[in-house]
Ligand binder design. Sequence first.
Ligand code: UDP
Ligand code: MG
Length: 317
Amino acid sequence: MDKPVLYIVIPCYNEQEVLPITAPMFLEKLRTLAEKGKISGQSRVLFVNDGSKDKTWQIICDLARQDEHYLGISQSRNRGHQNAVLAGLMEAKERCDITISIDCDGQDDINAMDEMVDAYLDGCEVVYGVRSSRETDTFFKRFTAQSFYKFLAAMGAEVVYNHADYRLISSRVLKEFANFKEVNLFLRGMVPLVGFKSTTVSYSRAERLAGESHYPLKKMIALAVDGITSLSVKPLRLIMGFGMVVAAISFIGCLWALITALCGKAVAGWASMTCIVCFVSGVQLICLGIIGEYIGKIYMETKARPRYIISERTWEK
Ligand code: UDP
Ligand code: MG
């Protein structure tokens, strides 16, 4: 078997501080892997600029000029992390045998790539990077991130626990994955749906080497809602179950009111009325919100807009 061509796919959004530090690390990893004879010399580091507003794209272009192992594509505007990774993977799939997607901030241990490639050579088509510890994350980040995975699982969106977007995918899987046409992307939930033999490799997560996180709590919640509503209809079922329970309680309440009235003991039950009205209208609004979320998803899917638009490349096509 020929040595596989590896493309390391790296989304970058406003990363001018960290890119000059981590880019040589990725290249070094590529070199050592090639020297060990695990991958082909045709392997590349592919940066995806996600419409950065700082000098990120300029840095990528400079890197590409310095060393042919660096490649870069640029999205026409900021579309978010998931779309940036997808753009890179789709661009890479025709040119390589395996891809590894990784963040550009040095938080994910690049040494796990050795094990990932070994797992591929052993016949796995997908290798998930799983965080073994989060000691360097703040308590708040650790807590919210862990609740995130538990909540997703409880809501019927199956994801690999503590796996983010650091993973190896073979081009064979990517070609099948290209047929998943959805616009609402939640890659870590979608990749397992493609199937094929997979395994996990654990690594410890370090601190960001420079710059700051683009995933504040607000974006994490948005990602969780996207993940759940794109992968599962369980919330809709929960609404139905909840509605039934509320309906049953109301039925008992009606009986009780009727009996009291018949016994001539009816009093001006203002407090109980108010509570019931507030509670039921609250529940209704939440339910409408959840249904609205799904309708919004359907709306975006029916438009079928392109999931990414590449405006520039560091090479001639
Ligand atoms: N990123 C991106 N587009 C965005 C936000 C983030 O391409 O709109 C990239 C970012 O450059 C980084 C990765 O996604 O490589 C993860 O982001 P970050 O490190 O800020 O998130 P965290 O690790 O804190 O969850
Ligand atoms: Mg990060």
